[in-house]
Ligand binder design. Structure first.
Ligand SMILES: *Cc1c(COP(=O)(O)O)cnc(C)c1O
Length: 360
């Protein structure tokens, strides 16, 4: 068996070592005679797995003691509703910045629950750059400001986390979390669907500053209450135990491979090579302003779009999988998360050069 290089945006590649560990544990976890999937979530064994995963994540991200880590469900898309349901005060309002399709989905969902305004948008520059924070028209007294630091579909990323005073910053970090060190104390709340850079689908990570956890309002479903999740150790109901366990293995893998600083160095090298190959060719193009380019998701187009199918077919022959862009934008996209080996990026660059030579 040889594994292909999988450039899917999500569910995404997992580290091969993690999959091998999981395989070893699959039928019989550490001599207990059953798999993690078959354990009670309240057993000592699973509680140990869950606790270790949280401790390892706290260590990796240096999460301050006044932040809680919640292991929730429903994906980042559920958080689009969960955030306003928990953080919007009675008669309050929240500000959102639009940098692409995922922020737009968050804004549309937020508007169903209260006074949500778009206070800046990358629309004017065709979503090729994050609007300058100095130009944002923030409304005083907002309950929170919502940003999407890495737009997975457009490949647009914030060059830096904006400094906006006291307003709690809420970030959808689904496709960038764990790709580099992060100053968690700059945020009120961070959320991320697991299936990009954390583990399998089904798990949603929430990191929230303690003082933002408010008692549940009457119309908030219990499953969407941060207070309930926190009070019950993320086990108000049955959590996605196997995804939680696998996320824990990914955290151990990250620790063994030097933590987030080492990941950042590797991710910069991988992305640097790929953008370099795109920029050095007239055949491939990426429209994003260089300082706003995503390290994780690299969209690119071919000069001749009629060659898209041939490009994808040739890539698959070399076992470079899932390079098609999002269905809403077309073109190509290479997602190069932590678990994508540098050899995968090298193989893609070689293929791109060969294809250009043959077809351009
Ligand atoms: C993938 C993604 C989502 C949607 O995630 P689900 O877990 O499928 O709901 C939301 N925001 C961003 C930035 C994403 O990358």
């Amino acid at each position: 068996m040889t594994r292909a290089f999988n450039f899917c945006a999500g569910p995404a590649v997992l580290p091969e070592e993690v999959l091998a560990w999981a395989r070893n544990d699959l039928l019989d976890w550490q001599g207990r005679g059953l798999s993690v999937m078959e354990m009670s979530h309240r057993s000592d064994e699973f509680m140990g797995i869950a606790h270790q995963a949280e401790q390892d994540l706290r260590q990796l991200l240096a999460i301050p003691a006044n932040y809680r880590v919640l292991f929730m469900q429903g994906g980042a898309s559920s958080q689009f509703a969960t955030v306003p349901l928990n953080l919007l005060s009675e008669g309050g309002h929240a500000d959102y910045v639009d940098t692409g399709i995922w922020s737009q989905k968050g804004i549309a969902e937020g508007r169903r629950f209260g006074d949500v305004a778009e206070v800046a948008s990358a629309r004017d520059n065709g979503y090729t750059a994050v609007p300058d924070p100095d130009q944002w028209v923030l409304r005083p007294g907002a309950d929170y400001l919502h940003i999407t630091p890495n737009e997975t579909i457009g490949g647009l990323a914030y060059p830096a986390i904006p400094d906006l005073g006291d307003c709690p910053l809420v970030a959808d970090l689904s496709s960038a979390i764990l790709s580099e060190p992060l100053d968690v104390s700059r945020f009120g709340l961070i959320y991320a669907g697991a299936q990009k850079n954390i583990g399998p689908a089904g798990l949603t990570l929430v990191i929230i500053r303690e003082d933002l956890i408010k008692p549940m309002s009457d119309c908030t479903p219990a499953m969407m209450s941060y207070a309930i999740a926190d009070k019950n150790g993320s086990m108000y109901n049955t959590p996605p135990t196997y995804a939680w366990y696998l996320a824990g293995l990914v955290f151990q893998w990250l620790k063994q491979h030097g933590g987030l600083q080492a990941m950042a160095t590797l991710n910069q090298r991988k992305a640097g090579k790929l953008y370099g190959a795109i920029d050095n060719s007239d055949f491939y193009n990426n429209p994003i302003r260089p300082d706003c380019r995503s390290l994780m998701n690299v969209p690119f187009t071919l000069a001749d779009e009629s060659l898209n199918k041939a490009f994808l077919a040739g890539a698959e022959e070399r076992r470079l999988l899932n390079l098609n862009g999002h269905r809403s934008v077309g073109g190509m996209r290479a997602s190069i998360y932590n678990a994508m080996p540098e050899a995968g990026v090298d193989a893609l660059i070689d293929y791109m050069a060969d294809f250009e030579k043959e077809r351009a």
